[in-house]
Design a binder for this molecule. Sequence first.
Ligand code: SAM
Length: 238
Amino acid sequence: MSGTGTADFFYREAQRLGYVARSAFKLLQMQKQYKLIKPGSSVLDLGCAPGAWLQVACQSLGSAKSGGSVVGIDLKKVKAPSVHCDARVQTVCADVMKLPRSQLRGFSPKKGFSVVLSDMCPVVSGITTRDAALSVELGMKALELAVGRASLSSQLGDNSMLIMDKQSDEAGEDDKGVLLMGGNLVIKLLESEDIQEVSRVCKPLFRKSFWLRPKATRPSSREIYLICQERIALQDIS
Ligand SMILES: C[S@@+](CC[C@H](N)C(=O)[O-])C[C@H]1O[C@@H](n2cnc3c(N)ncnc32)[C@H](O)[C@@H]1O
């Protein structure tokens, strides 16, 4: 339902087309415009409940013979929806903030993912600055898991307002991040001054990065998505 209690267009369309939530249309719009997920991709979906992005991601993999996989992670226990998902979709109940990259990489058949999506959102308190700060924390965690600490540290200056989670310090192979070179990343954030810093940090790590506010985002929501296309290897960053 929409925030006002009346079923809005995207809610009704989700019901009609078998999607478990209207959020499906946000990823559908990204797919239509930017083709982030290609047939055979390996997709990591952070904050996947109730599963609408799992459905769109699986559809985007194409027919079963193209292969590919989708791994969804959420604090909530969620099953892959029966409509639009097939055996290529698996779900894991875990806190992304505490998940080691080594464990994440183990979920991918290619030992890495070609697409990392984060639609993670804190439980909104209504205190704008608090919600925005928590959302940046989740977004930064998604970025750190995707590109690794080494790439991220190289872009975070000493005076950066963004702080990496010190507890998750992992060295060696784990420092590379789980996003394969050439891969795409999507991060949801709640609008605040700090999100410009997240965008600044991402820019040199990808060929292209830009903001999108999908049509299916409710007018009252502060959410916005940072879309990063084609990860660049650290040695290629000038
Ligand atoms: C907006 S919903 C995601 C909707 C989903 N993309 C879909 O289309 O069905 C945000 C999700 O992020 C999850 N989340 C928030 N913090 C998380 C964390 N630390 N680890 C895992 N999931 C988290 C919440 O449990 C919630 O289900």
